[in-house]
Design a protein around this ligand. Sequence first.
Ligand code: PNS
Length: 162
Amino acid sequence: MKAIYPGSFDPVTFGHIDVICRSSRIADELIIGVLNNNAKSPLFSLEERVKMLEEVTKDYHNVKVVPFEGLLVDFAKNMKADIVVRGLRAITDFEYELQMAQTNHKLEEEVETIFLTTRLEYSYLSSTIVKEVAAFGGDISQFVPETVRQRIQEKMDERRRV
Ligand code: PNS
């Protein structure tokens, strides 16, 4: 079974890594699809997000990081994957995730979405929260791997210099 775990990953957090770790045990091959969407004006460029994901998943032998743009279902078809994996944190995620899964299913009947509930310890965590804490000088070492923490720190330092 070939699965896609899509997202913005701006940046990758321990919550994402938990979903990657668990879904890589379910799927034979897991593609992490990194959305190239400049409309969202991400903190990290596509290349930086891909690089961070490659670094933190280097020990997972059935995981590959691939950038994409356009529709997720088209990307899934190109990759010959028919499963999309998404993490569900709290009830607040549910409405948006249901809408996305149903739209994708309408667009491409063969693409199924499966949800993994995030571990309780990461249920509050999001890339947005991590960036906010970092912007105000808070300690984010319990939210992201060290390599990611350093890159966020560099970005924040750059911003302060401008
Ligand atoms: O990490 P995110 O930002 O919650 O991930 C959202 C993502 C990338 C899964 C979603 O925005 C997406 O699939 N975008 C591609 C465009 C698309 O296919 N849209 C139709 C489905 S609603």
